[in-house]
Design a protein around this ligand. Structure first.
Ligand code: BEZ
Length: 258
């Protein structure tokens, strides 16, 4: 998890658990890709409220969960008091040759600059250790974010590109960065994963939870007006049988520290 709204901790951990638990549910298949082995020491980078760290802990992994959001870490600690969690920024880690694996689900699209995070991840791993990650790739949620930008501009407000909080690389771009810091990239995938945002308010809930940065400096009444226009314009494309379907595009990578 990154921070939204400049450096404020804007994450509502309860809302995240109640309305957006699909994030860690989708992470189950990434845990399978990680192939955790009992006794390994694994860093869960961007652990959110700790559900995947708990899964790893149940596999007898010595897991450390870190997240930049203090709200998320507080919730993780109260849900899973026996797991080690701490507030840390992925671009400022001081681990050295400590982990058998670094695991990261749905986080690295928030982290800039990406190379700084990759250097920290590389340093955190033992020689031969693996980095297994999934996050938003090139074109992720483009239909939604593009319509938000169009509607902000239509409301007479210039959208500033520094208010776009994410980094959505292609696999070519991200694999190159991984190689530059020393990884051998053994897997890189880019795939569509249409993601259901449940109910009539699904799109609005998603925007409120994840895209509030895009509305920085915009008063609430204008924000509501813009979101209503976004919903109206996207209904034909993204709304089906009572639910919204977001155009998620994921990248998955595995790198080995050599
Ligand atoms: C993602 O997991 O791809 C994502 C989640 C929230 C906002 C943007 C992207």
């Amino acid at each position: 998890m990154g921070k939204t709204k400049s450096e404020k901790d804007n994450w509502d951990a309860n809302l995240y658990d109640i309305k957006h638990s699909f994030v860690s549910k989708y992470g189950d298949s990434l845990v399978e890709m990680l192939e955790p082995k009992a006794g390994e020491k694994i860093l869960d980078l961007g652990c959110g409220t700790g559900d995947l760290a708990k899964k790893l802990s149940d596999c007898k992994i010595d897991v450390v969960g870190i997240d930049k959001s203090a709200n998320m870490i507080k919730q993780a600690k109260s849900k899973y008091p026996n797991i080690k969690f701490s507030v840390q920024d992925a671009i400022d880690l001081s681990y050295n040759n400590e982990f058998d694996a670094v695991f990261s689900n749905a986080t690295l699209h928030w982290v800039k600059p990406p190379k700084k995070a990759l250097t920290c991840i590389y340093n955190s791993l033992k020689h031969g250790g693996r980095f297994v990650a999934e996050f938003g790739g090139k074109g992720n949620v483009h239909t939604i974010t593009n319509e938000i930008i169009i509607q902000i501009n239509k409301a007479g407000i210039e959208f500033k590109k520094e208010h776009f909080p994410w980094f959505y690389p292609s696999i070519a771009q991200y694999s190159s960065l991984m190689e530059e810091v020393g990884f051998r990239v053994i897997l890189a995938q880019h795939f569509d994963r249409p993601t259901e945002l449940t109910g009539d308010s699904g799109l609005k809930n998603w925007i409120d939870m994840f895209a509030s940065n895009m509305f920085e400096d915009i008063p609430n009444d204008k924000k509501d007006f813009i979101i209503t226009n976004v919903e109206d314009n996207l209904k034909e494309v993204l709304y089906k049988d009572g639910n919204w379907i977001a155009d998620y595009k994921r990248i998955r990578v595995i790198g080995i520290k050599e």
